[in-house]
Structures are given as C-alpha cells and as structure tokens.
Design a protein around this ligand. Structure first.
Ligand code: ADP
Length: 361
C-alpha cells in the first residue's frame, strides 16, 4: 500500500519535496526532479536551498521556514525555484510540518503557476489600457465641457437681458417661456460644470490645499446656503459638532462635499422631516461628519451604485428633485483625494446617513 502511494506520489502531476528542520532534503518526487532537471542524487541530503535562487533563499530563511515552524503549515505561498539550467520556475507551495519517525519534517506540495502568471500579466496590461482610455476620456470631457460653457453662459446672459425688458417690453407669456429657457440653461450649466469637475478630479488635475480646520467651522460656513431649503420645507435641523474636532482638509472642497450632502438630505426629505449633522472621532482617529435625514431613503440594491457618475435612483421619486447624478461621485472623489472617504447607510422609507471621514489634524 505504502509503495503504491509512494509510486503515485512520485509521478503525481505536482512537485513534492520534504526536508528536515536543518533544511536537508529527505525526499523529492520525480515530477519535481524532472521539472528542475536534477537527478535524485543531486538533491537528496543536500540543503533545500540548492533548489532556490538567492532571493528565495532569503525569503525561505526569514519568512517561509519561521512561518511553517510557528504555525505548522503554510498555504499558497508563491516561491521561485531554480532549475539546474538556471531557469526560474514560479511555484505555489502548500507546506505542513509534522513528525515522521521521530523527526520533524516539512512536506511541500508545489504547483507550477505558468498559466496564472500569464493571466496576471494580461490583467496588468488590460488594466494599463483601461487606465489610458480613462485618462483620454477625462481629457476629452474636460475640453468638451469647457467649450460648452462659453455659449451656455451667453444664452443665460441674453435671456436675462430679454427678461429685464432691455431690448423692449415682453408679455407675461414670453416671460414664462424665458423662465423655462433659463431653468434649462442653468440645469445644463450645472451638469457641464459637474462633468468638468469630475473629469478634472479623475485626470488628477485637482490640487488640494490642506490645512487644519475646525470641523464646526466647515459646518457653520455652509449652513446659510441650505437654510432657505430647510425653512421652505419646514424641516427640523440639528448640528452637534464639538469644537475640539479639527480636520486636515482643503476648506473649499470639504465645504463642497458638505453642501452636496445637505442639499441631498433636504431634497430627499419630505416636509416636516429632520436633517442633522453630527461630528465625532472614528476608532482610527479620523474625524467624521455624519449627515442624517429622515427622508425617502435609498433602495438596498442602489446603495452601492449611487456613488457612480450619473446614477440617480429614480428622478420621479421626488418632485422638483432634478439633479445631475454627479454630486456624490464628485464628493467621494474629493473626500478620497484628501485621504478621507464618503460612505452611506440607508433604509428605504426611513432615511439615509452619509458619513464623511477626513484625517484629523
Ligand atoms: P443628484 O442629487 O444631483 O441627482 P447625487 O450624486 O448627489 O446626484 O445623488 C445621486 C442619487 O442618490 C440621487 O439622485 C438620489 O437618487 C440618491 N440620493 C442621494 N442622497 C440621497 C438622500 N439623502 N436620500 C435619498 N436618496 C439620495
């Protein structure tokens, strides 16, 4: 029986080598010998490092063997072996250290990873191509949106002049139409500005001026901007941000994120609901600003998607809640650009909590 298994192991479609605690090879199968081009006599009783290139020898001494000694095993460890003709062969190794005939030996099973390495190289190349394409896209969008802004601003300017009656009197019906043109012009301008912002961020063309700022100062500076929406919808508003919380952030960008979160919170919360901001410290000593609302919430299936550009849950959910679907994508990119993050927890029908984290100062 033992012999039959020994024979099977000898020609198994994977390498097998066993060595004692001094590194001396006690057995090795034919598959591994053939792959590395050695005769059994070249290896048995020699140090296992004979089979390794210099870099892997160091790895074996400082990591691999100590790990096996400590845990009794190692799993899926990638190691290079050196064939007799000098070729380096990448192998994945599973090892177990056990007692055999009163002696501690480490048994290793080795699988060559040619296919996997080819696959990994292809992945790296595909990733590079995708990054290049993404950069080209961002550059294109940045240029396009810049070019579109000029005529749009001209449209806005002339509509305003007409509305003021400067070229001549206009009827109430014409005024109504001009208002519609202006609303559409502003919506397009917002969209284009957002696309421009996002593409600048993605192309890495945004500079962050980091400074120590009191978190409460950021909150206080944006409140006047959302105050009109809060009172128009008769929302309850609370802000609890301790004066001891200081962040390391770009002032304008932190404000931009917070305005976006608060605008969304008021937009998606029905009249009479509550919006609150709370500040604190995370376990990892980062500072968080948490914007919570008691609004319509986000369906579970959409929670992970809303940070992607142009994703809106359903524009018909809230009347007058027209947006561009870019605010959260920009906000999260900006937060990450400042070594922070933006996350959401939400329950449909009950409300949402957006948590902005920023490094503490
Ligand atoms: P916009 O608000 O311009 O549509 P955002 O990127 O800011 O774009 O938000 C994307 C979508 O996420 C919104 O259209 C909305 O469906 C959803 N959303 C964002 N904030 C909230 C919130 N506080 N409550 C419910 N839904 C929200």
């Amino acid at each position: 029986m033992e012999n039959a298994i020994g024979e099977l192991l000898d020609s198994a479609p994977c390498g097998f080598v066993s060595f004692d605690d001094g590194g001396k090879v006690v057995s090795i199968n034919t598959t591994l010998l053939d792959r590395l081009g050695y005769e059994r006599g070249d290896v048995i009783e020699r140090h296992v490092e004979t089979l390794l290139p210099v870099g892997t020898r160091i790895f074996y001494q400082t990591h691999f063997f100590p790990l096996v000694k400590l845990h009794g095993r190692a799993q899926e460890v990638f190691m290079l072996f050196r064939a007799k003709d000098g070729e380096d062969v990448g192998m994945l190794c599973n090892a177990v250290r056990r007692d055999r005939d009163g002696q501690a030996v480490t048994d290793c099973v080795l699988m060559e990873v040619v296919e996997r390495r080819k696959f990994e190289e292809a992945l790296v190349q595909a990733r590079q191509a995708a990054d290049d394409a993404n950069k080209a896209k961002s550059n294109f969008l940045a240029t396009m949106s810049h070019e579109l802004r000029t005529p749009l601003n001209a449209i806005g300017g002339y509509v305003q002049l007409l509305g003021m009656g400067i070229p001549g009197p206009i009827t109430p019906q014409q005024q109504d139409m001009l208002n519609r043109v202006e609303r559409s012009q502003q919506h397009l301008l917002r969209l284009i500005n957002n696309v421009l912002n996002l593409s600048r961020i993605e192309a890495g063309r945004v500079d962050y001026v980091l400074e120590a700022i009191a978190a409460s100062e950021i909150v206080n500076s944006v409140l006047p901007m959302i105050e009109p929406q809060i009172s128009a919808k008769k929302l309850r508003f609370d802000a609890v941000v301790g004066s001891d919380l200081t962040v390391q952030a770009d002032r304008e960008k932190a404000q931009q994120i917070l305005i976006n979160l608060l605008t969304n919170a008021t937009k998606f919360t029905p009249d009479g609901g509550t919006v609150s901001v709370e500040g604190g410290k995370t376990a990892a000593s980062q500072i968080y600003l948490r914007v919570t609302d008691t609004g319509i919430g986000i369906p579970e299936a959409m929670v992970d998607k809303i940070f992607e550009p142009f994703i809106q849950v359903d524009s018909t959910r809230v009347r007058g809640a027209e947006g561009t679907g870019l605010g959260l994508a920009i906000s999260r990119d900006l937060a990450r650009g400042m070594r922070g993050d933006l996350r959401v927890r939400s329950e449909e029908g009950r409300g949402s909590t957006f948590t902005l984290t920023l490094p503490g100062a």
